[in-house]
Design a protein around this ligand. Structure first.
Ligand code: FES
Ligand code: FES
Length: 166
């Protein structure tokens, strides 16, 4: 299949490569760009393990053709680490709350939390649970994850400092 030129913003930097029209974004990220933080679970848009931010909004990258991100912004979990190497406050809050067990759901959870706190720095528990509802966790029972997001919300100013793109 003939490859097509694709250019987009990836974690705040320009990315350009050639992809087949049938390439899915999750495979582009993991295989061509070696960003393995984006996980693969169901490959059917059901589990949220493959969540990335597209122009700041969570999407399931396992069902998104890579060519759909032409000229748009993608943020993966790797993009949340700050230029000085420190963690995003949401990442730190997950560690501090013990919200990471096997870790398979964690990138998707954190990116959904990032999108939520970027548009609403002070969400209630119901809003947090709703925002995270597209990501399945088999390990934690969700309570510590919700606590982690609540803790990060208390540091919303820091959460907002890091740009989602650009
Ligand atoms: S792997 Fe994409 S939603 Fe499950
Ligand atoms: S920590 Fe294992 S699936 Fe959530």
């Amino acid at each position: 299949m003939k490859k097509i030129a694709l250019a987009f913003q990836l974690n705040g930097r320009p990315a350009a490569l050639e992809v087949s029209p049938d390439t899915l974004l999750v495979d582009l990220l993991r295989d061509a760009l070696d960003l393995k933080g984006t996980k693969i679970g169901c490959r059917e848009g059901e589990c949220g393990a493959c969540t990335v931010l597209l122009d700041g909004e969570p999407v399931n990258s396992c069902i998104l053709p890579a060519l759909k991100v032409q000229d748009r912004s993608i943020v993966t979990i790797e993009g949340l680490t700050r230029p000085d190497g420190s963690l995003d406050p949401i990442q730190q809050a997950f560690i501090d709350a013990g919200a990471v067990q096997c870790g398979f759901c964690t990138p998707g959870m954190i990116l959904n939390a990032k999108a939520l706190l970027s548009r609403n720095p002070n969400p209630g528990e119901g809003e947090i649970r709703k925002a995270l509802s597209g990501v399945l966790c088999r390990c934690t029972g969700y309570q510590k994850i919700v606590q982690a997001v609540q803790t990060a919300a208390g540091k919303a100013e820091q959460v907002m400092v890091y740009p989602l793109s650009g």
